[in-house]
Design a protein around this ligand. Structure first.
Ligand code: 13P
Length: 313
């Protein structure tokens, strides 16, 4: 998109935000111009916390569906809009509520820890949610003798199991299509090309990628690490949208996206996050639709598991 068009669309969004008393919350994986239109930009945990204290009548969530649902769970009296209803998440899709209920029945006495990348119905069956920022603290807050079901990300789950040594943690077999696609071979080749670079990775990556990394953390933790590190160069093993914020914050540093197995791609993008555009943000604010609407009983149960998570921080 050319710069004039982007500016005109961004200007229209500012007008609509004022007129409708709306704020935009956006995840780091969205398009750079969408990130710039946001009032608050963050990782999953920061966005959930921010949603609780937003002073506005409308929250427009520039991200994927489960994130907007989480905001609605925490702010039932606000109108929560999502510009693209089809912006889903492969992790959330990998775990439906009926299947999780059957899994729970197979493992009686287990507490359920679910990643926020789940539907509101799954959160309603969950004891405590977690994000990649706080999964370790959440699991550590549960007494060691208490068995756990960890859903739905098997990679994050096995990473946490390794860090805590918890054998009594059963993992759901789900994964993020973006983080599972990184190529070890191409990553090792990049490391050889850039021997001074630090490798930073998201814990949703496969174990062999995580083991290669100098730092493993959520998107927000990776951003902090890159700022504090004395290194000048980083190989970034997470969704490529985060590079916009990295370059904005640390223009003197060099960020190299890690590539997937597919030789025709230089980096990994989440097709769902990229469904949010300036155009559909405008349409969404104008029409105040699509809106997130939740069943109140399910919402209340889901709220408990999210608040349990926020209390652990
Ligand atoms: P964080 O925002 O917790 O880093 O996770 C992003 C995400 O949804 C990855 O799938």
């Amino acid at each position: 998109m050319n710069a004039d068009k982007t500016e005109a669309l961004s200007h229209r969004i500012e007008e609509l935000k004022r007129k409708k008393k709306a704020v935009i919350l956006a995840h780091y994986y969205t398009l750079p111009e969408v990130q710039r239109a946001a009032d608050f930009l963050g990782d999953s945990l920061a966005l959930a916390i921010e949603a609780q204290s937003v002073d506005a009548e409308i929250i427009l969530f520039a991200g994927v569906h489960f994130m907007a649902e989480t905001a609605k769970v925490l702010c039932p009296d606000k109108k929560v809009l999502i510009p693209c209803r089809e912006a889903g998440c492969s992790l959330a899709e990998s775990c439906d509520a009926a299947a999780l209920a059957a899994f729970k029945a197979k493992y009686p006495g287990h507490k359920v820890v679910s990643y926020v990348n789940t539907t509101v119905e799954v959160k309603a069956l969950t004891d405590v949610c977690c994000t990649s920022s706080n999964a370790l603290q959440v699991v550590r807050s549960i007494p060691e003798e208490q068995p756990i079901i960890f859903a739905p990300d098997r990679n994050l789950g096995s990473y946490i199991r390794k860090l805590t040594g918890r054998e009594n943690m059963v993992l759901w077999d789900g994964a993020c299509h973006v983080h599972e696609e990184f190529s070890l071979e191409r990553l090792l080749a990049l490391k050889r090309e850039h021997p001074e670079a630090r490798v930073v990775a998201h814990p949703e990556c496969r174990a062999y990628i995580v083991e290669t990394a100098d730092f493993v953390g959520s998107t927000a933790a990776i951003l902090d690490y890159c700022g504090k590190s004395d290194a000048r160069e980083f190989i970034v093993v997470t969704e490529a949208g985060i590079l916009a914020e990295m370059q904005r914050r640390y223009p003197e540093k060099h960020f190299i996206p890690a590539p997937p197995d597919d030789e025709s791609c230089g980096c990994n993008n989440c097709r769902y996050m990229k469904m949010v555009t300036l155009e559909n943000i405008i349409a969404c604010l104008e029409n105040e639709s699509p809106e997130i609407v939740l069943d109140e009983e399910v919402r209340r149960k889901a709220e408990r598991s999210i608040l349990n998570m926020i209390a652990i921080r």
